[in-house]
Write a protein that binds this ligand. Structure first.
Ligand code: 2BA
Length: 110
């Protein structure tokens, strides 16, 4: 048994959840926040048998698409002080998904 954590963008959440559900995966959706951009994203917890992990990852890949570069205005930080209202254009990659697969020692529904 494995537990997959998949961090996806809000924009992709509905499609990924629908596609996984259609393929009979059970999902818990967590509302999370990225530490870098400090914007909301979605973390999906998917518990599944070892032999179905790749199938889940393939669905997530298909629905989340490729990573793209975007430029955002980040607050400008000088030393330890954040200067009010100053921003600096920063290029980051977004899209796709960040996936962790963890071994599950024990699983039971009571
Ligand atoms: P955020 O932390 O808001 O990061 C958004 C994007 O900003 C990242 O996209 C990455 O392209 C960039 N980024 C993140 N940290 C950076 C840094 N220290 N310096 C420069 N650029 C940085 P993704 O890599 O696709 O990550 C999307 C979201 O997935 C992240 O949102 C975070 O919530 C989660 N995540 C990614 N890697 C993780 C990890 N190793 N552990 C835990 N969560 C992770």
């Amino acid at each position: 048994m494995k537990l997959i954590y998949a961090i996806v963008r809000y924009d992709n959440e509905d499609e990924v959840i629908s596609a996984l559900t259609r393929s009979h995966f059970s999902i818990t959706k967590l509302s999370t926040t990225g530490g870098f951009l400090k914007k909301g994203n979605t973390t999906l917890m998917i518990g599944t048998e070892d032999e179905r992990v790749q199938e889940a990852i393939d669905i997530i890949k298909k629905e989340c698409g490729n990573r793209q570069k975007i430029t955002i205005n980040m607050p400008y930080i000088s030393g330890s002080a954040m200067i009010n209202c100053a921003t600096m254009p920063t290029t980051v990659e977004v899209g796709g998904a960040t996936i962790f697969v963890i071994n599950v020692d024990y699983y039971e529904k009571i």
